[in-house]
Design a protein around this ligand. Sequence first.
Ligand code: SF4
Length: 321
Amino acid sequence: MDDEDPIPSIILNPAQEHVLTQLGAKPKERPEVSIEVQKNLRRRLEETAQIFSADIPQGEVLFINKHQLTQIMGCEKKYLAESNEKFEWSIPTARGTLSHKAIELSVFWHGPKDPLTLTEEALSKASEGTDGLGLWLRELSQGDLAQLRGDVNARVGSFLETWPPLQKRWRPMLETPIRVELAQGRVVLSGKVDLTLGHADGNASGKVIVDFKTGKFTPSHRDDLRFYALLDTVRIGIPPRLVASYYLDRGEFSPEKITPNVLESCVARVTDGITRLAEIRFKGREATVQTGPACRWCTISDTCDEGQQFLKLDTELNDVI
Ligand code: SF4
């Protein structure tokens, strides 16, 4: 994105100006990055994947996305329990997916954009689908559907109110899948980026990756974006300039500049994640436990001794303070 080039004949409100200020950069502010950075990152990922490729049964692929990475880097026992659970759509999960879809529609929509029309369009398209979301939506009660419509409408309204209209020359891309294959495709790192703006120009970083969020900041939001930055760097050869979580309900950013050091720490986390997942799934290593706040919403806490001890101590501490 070029912040020297104002949007023609559109008066922006202060929130929209803030988005431009946060995401825009003058050409001289875009760092040049050596292709050696990408080569080093790919080599490290490839070396780790190769260690385990012979352990992955024929016909199977070790897929890793941001959710699995976050889970496996927390309590491994919780990860194992949840990976055996069947995914089910709910208002919170559908709300995120449909909000992203309606925002995507808004970028390519001709004519006046109002949040409810975009929301209805996203709901209608999803309801016609033959996938799990379509089936779930068709069986939803009128009350739940109304709640979902209201939630999505609020998020889309917030986006339209706080973001400047996205210009073609910023090359906006929504819901873009990114994928890196390692060890001849036996290990696949993948993700879907909510929004990218800009692009690398030669060796100069220019892309901005944005993840839309609701609720409050958690460190895993930053880890998710670093993971996307790593995948995009390995894929394109040049890192994105900036990544940012954008909190739709608050109209706030949590941005981070992508430097070689950030990518170094991310590749260390991802190689650790590949190792843990491969050891547990294919080498029979017992999952370790890690107690912490996640025990409070862990689905197997009733049968986990360590989790029960943590929760008891936690309750006692809360009673004292
Ligand atoms: S209760 Fe806590 S320690 Fe036990 S499995 Fe769940 S998250 Fe892990």
